[in-house]
Structure formats: structure tokens, C-alpha cells
Design a protein around this ligand. Structure first.
Ligand code: NAG
Ligand code: NAG
Length: 310
């Protein structure tokens, strides 16, 4: 069942658009403006929860006749963050626009026959966003981020148990690549051998259209951070080739349970990328799939992967 309802309706609007980075959550809220005649499109993406309602103060109760119309009504209110719809009969509904959401008011979520609760689609809707059964995930609807509130003993920002921050999950794990540069650089052990900095040996992929390097962690982990040590003793131009490399976490195979951890920025001698949330996976991929101005190759000394066992 598809629980994501996308609405794309012509509307009299001005934009109040929030761009969300790398998250499931997306909100493009539109606000009606009767003074402009410009017709454009807006949407709100919601997640459906059948048989429940959120029992909080009602912000607005517009006259609507369908679920879709009621959801569309929420777009008009900058502080509408969830919706209750009560199907009265075949062609009428009670539409309740709410300022609260189920995350901040979990105790007010109740079973209610005939009701459907819609919440704004957000990372917090996904069970694995904060890694603990008693977590509370607080969405930020403005920039799409979230905050994990965890029981005391679970201390990090992902609700993962405090762990040894020096534990590198990639250490001595096998790597594969798109192709070796110039038929040389076939041995990929240097990229996970724990040796970086002065005197390290780097790996070097062929200048393919979309070069990649994968590290097989062997077991399922929650991955939270990927550090890259660049090759040494070369020019900044070459070092900068590492920029804009996409870092993915994948599951059973590179095309399964694939999620973007981040895109490399800064450095270029050392680049640390923190994932927006703890990503479950068995492998990490560095790839340069988009056309770039700065060399289509990956040549680095070491990749270190941090997180916790799943
Ligand atoms: C949640 O429900 C309680 C009890 O019905 C009520 O007093 C409280 O105001 C509700 N919370 C909100 C945010 O409306
Ligand atoms: C989003 O906004 C919150 C609150 O202002 C801030 O703490 C957080 O760092 C922001 N996150 C991102 C990804 O911009």
C-alpha cells in the first residue's frame, strides 16, 4: 500500500519553500495569496496512519469533502503540521488541521474508528531514524532535520550506545573498485590498512565515467561517519579531485538498501563526512557519478568508517 500521498494541484500561491537535504522528509508548503494571479504548483507529502487521531487543539476546521482536499488545506497554514480526517459518509469528511504532531504529543495519539491521521512525511516517520525503541524523534519542519531524544544510557545524537570512537569498522576489510588506473593499482589493501599520512600508499581508480570504490564491511552496522585521508605529496589540484565524491551506505549488495551518507566537502587532505542519521548497511561506497570538472578518478590513502554494530 502506498502511504505517501502526493498532491500536485494548481494553486494561487506564493512560495514558502523549504529545501531539505538528503532526507526522506520533504515539505513544500504553499500559502494562498489572493493578491497574486500567478498560478503555480505546490505539494505537501504526508504519511497516512489509519484508525487513529491526534487529540490536540485544532488549528482550523475547513469545510472539505475528501481526504485529499483536507490535506491540501494544510498547505495553506504555515503552522499546520498534521491532519485528522474523519470520514463521516461517502462524500463528506471532518477535516481537522493541527498545529501539533504525533512526535511531540505521543500521549495524545488515540485509536479512533473512521479517522485517519496524516503527518508530514519526515525522517522521523522511519523507525530507524533514531536507533532505540524508546527514542523520541523531534522533526524540524523548516530545514528537514531532526533531533533524537534518547534514554540516558544512549548518548550519541543517533541514540546509538556510547561506543569506542576510535573503532574503525573498515580496518582491514576488503575493497573493490570500478577499474584500476593504468592497469596498475590493482592492490586495494592500502585503503583499509590503517596507514595514512606521510609515506602512505594510495589507491587510484581508472578515469572512468563514474569511478567507484567499495568497502565490504562483512556484517550489518549502523554507519554514522566516514573519514577519508587523501593521498600525500601531490598538488592541490589532484587533492581536490576528492571533493564532491558521493558516499553511500549499502546493504546486502551495492544496489540494495542504498542510502546517501553525504558528499565530500572541505579538506582536501582529510575529509570527514557525518551521515544525517545512522544508516544501516554492510558496505560503503565512494563514487563520482555526476559530471565533474575536477577529474573522474578516486585516488586516496585510507577510508575509515565509524558507527556501531547493528
Ligand atoms: C493532550 O491531551 C490532554 C488530555 O486530554 C490535554 O489536556 C492536552 O491539552 C493535550 N495536548 C495538547 C498539546 O493539546
Ligand atoms: C536546522 O535548524 C535547527 C534549528 O534552528 C538547527 O539546530 C539545525 O542544525 C539545522 N539543521 C540543518 C541540517 O540545517
Amino acid at each position: 500500500m502506498d502511504s505517501h500521498h502526493w498532491l500536485k494541484l494548481p494553486f494561487m500561491v506564493w512560495w514558502l519553500v523549504t529545501v531539505v537535504k538528503q532526507c526522506h522528509g520533504q515539505i513544500r508548503r504553499t500559502t494562498s495569496d489572493s493578491l497574486t494571479s500567478k498560478a503555480t504548483y505546490g505539494y505537501i507529502s504526508v504519511k497516512k496512519h489509519d484508525g487513529v487521531k491526534l487529540d490536540v487543539e485544532i488549528l482550523n476546521k475547513p469545510q472539505k469533502s475528501t481526504h485529499q482536499e483536507c490535506i491540501a488545506g494544510c498547505r495553506d497554514f504555515p503552522n499546520c503540521f498534521s491532519i485528522n480526517v474523519n470520514q463521516i459518509d461517502a462524500d463528506s469528511v471532518d477535516c481537522e488541521l493541527l498545529e501539533g504532531d504525533r512526535f511531540r504529543n505521543i500521549a495524545n495519539m488515540t485509536s479512533a474508528v473512521g479517522y485517519t491521521h496524516y503527518s508530514i512525511n519526515h525522517d522521523c516517520e522511519y523507525e530507524d531514524t533514531c536507533i532505540h525503541p524508546n527514542k523520541i524523534c523531534i522533526p524540524n519542519y523548516v530545514n528537514g532535520s531532526h533531533q533524537c531524544i534518547c534514554p540516558d544510557e544512549f548518548v550519541d545524537e543517533f541514540c546509538l550506545k556510547r561506543r569506542d570512537d576510535t573503532l574503525n569498522l573498515a580496518y582491514q576489510k576488503p575493497a573493490t573498485q570500478s577499474a584500476p588506473y593504468n592497469h596498475d593499482f590493482v592492490d586495494l589493501t592500502p585503503v583499509t590498512n590503517g596507514i595514512y599520512g606521510e609515506g602512505c600508499q594510495h589507491i587510484h581508480t581508472e578515469k572512468n565515467y563514474a569511478p567507484w570504490l567499495r568497502i565490504d564491511l562483512g556484517t550489518w552496522n549502523y554507519i554514522t561517519k566516514v573519514d577519508i585521508y587523501n593521498r600525500v605529496g601531490t598538488t592541490t589540484t589532484y587533492l581536490n579531485r576528492i571533493l564532491n565524491t558521493e558516499i553511500y551506505v549499502y546493504g546486502e549488495s551495492p544496489d540494495k538498501e542504498r542510502k546517501l551518507c553525504g558528499v565530500t566537502k572541505g579538506g582536501p587532505e582529510f575529509i570527514s563526512t557525518v551521515c544525517p542519521k545512522a544508516l544501516p548497511g554492510k558496505g560503503v561506497e565512494l563514487s563520482k557519478p555526476s559530471p565533474g570538472s575536477n577529474g573522474k578518478t578516486i585516488h586516496i590513502c585510507e577510508v575509515l568508517v565509524y558507527g556501531a554494530e547493528r
